[in-house]
Design a protein around this ligand. Structure first.
Ligand SMILES: CC(C)(COP(=O)(O)OP(=O)(O)OC[C@H]1O[C@@H](n2cnc3c(N)ncnc32)[C@H](O)[C@@H]1OP(=O)(O)O)[C@@H](O)C(=O)NCCC(=O)NCCS
Length: 202
């Protein structure tokens, strides 16, 4: 997509008070977070994040319904794609950290979907230990607010037909089912949703 007005993360970093989330006991470094929700901090991916990326996209259970399992090379490619999205579009599936402990929770954010219409895709991948605690809903709400504040007209999302948790989360976030669509990584028809954020959206 062409940059949507104000979607540069550098701008997001200045208009959201930055916070440094403490490192967990077994992790090396604290993370600067450009956005926070009640329990979560949103960081950005760096080239040093192989271990964190592997803890998410290298886990076959996490990726079971989104085209996994992925090899280490595929995980690295995904990490590089996220870094590229930040550079070129100002968005990522941003890495999430617990604000209290610094523990990595997963990722949630945006990627390009329909450049001509300025529509972005919302997604989330949480570590297994973080499921069932309301984190996807909390993170999704923060990302929607981030997009709405920057004039993004609409968000798209889709999920594996058996991913009931993802479908439920999307509906809780206000998304409406629109159609089924072929998703190459799984080879399946997947339900797709839209959330209009402005009168122009969709
Ligand atoms: C899908 C995923 C993001 C959900 O995250 P989560 O933090 O566990 O979700 P939440 O706790 O916010 O729950 C959201 C809703 O889904 C419901 N839900 C959770 N697991 C469910 C399941 N297995 N089946 C049906 N509903 C489920 C919750 O009960 C909640 O609804 P409620 O408030 O009405 O009770 C998480 O399971 C995940 O990361 N999975 C692996 C990656 C993935 O599949 N990502 C989506 C790709 S499209």
């Amino acid at each position: 997509m062409g940059p949507v007005a104000g979607t540069g993360v550098s701008r997001g970093m200045v208009d959201m008070a930055p916070e440094v989330v403490p490192p967990r006991a077994d992790a090396g470094r604290s993370r600067a977070c450009f956005m926070t929700s009640e329990r979560l901090g949103f960081g950005t991916w760096t080239t040093d994040d192989d271990a964190l990326a592997t803890a998410i996209w290298g886990d076959p259970e996490v990726t079971r319904l989104s085209g996994g399992p992925f090899t280490p090379v595929q995980v690295r490619t995904r990490l590089e794609a996220e870094i590229s999205n930040l550079l070129h579009h100002g968005i990522q599936y941003w890495p999430l950290f617990r604000r209290d402990t610094g523990a990595p929770v997963g990722c949630c954010g945006l990627q390009p979907r329909d450049p001509a219409a300025g529509v972005l895709e919302l997604g989330y991948h949480l570590r297994r230990e973080a499921w069932g605690q309301g984190y996807a809903t909390e993170a999704g709400r923060a990302v929607i607010a981030w997009a709405a504040a920057r004039g993004v007209p609409a968000l798209f999302a889709g999920h594996h037909p058996q991913n009931h948790a993802s479908g439920r989360t999307l509906r809780k976030l206000g998304f409406t089912y629109t159609h089924d669509e072929h998703y190459p990584p799984t080879g399946l028809l997947e339900p797709c949703y839209l959330l209009r954020l402005t009168d122009e959206g969709g």
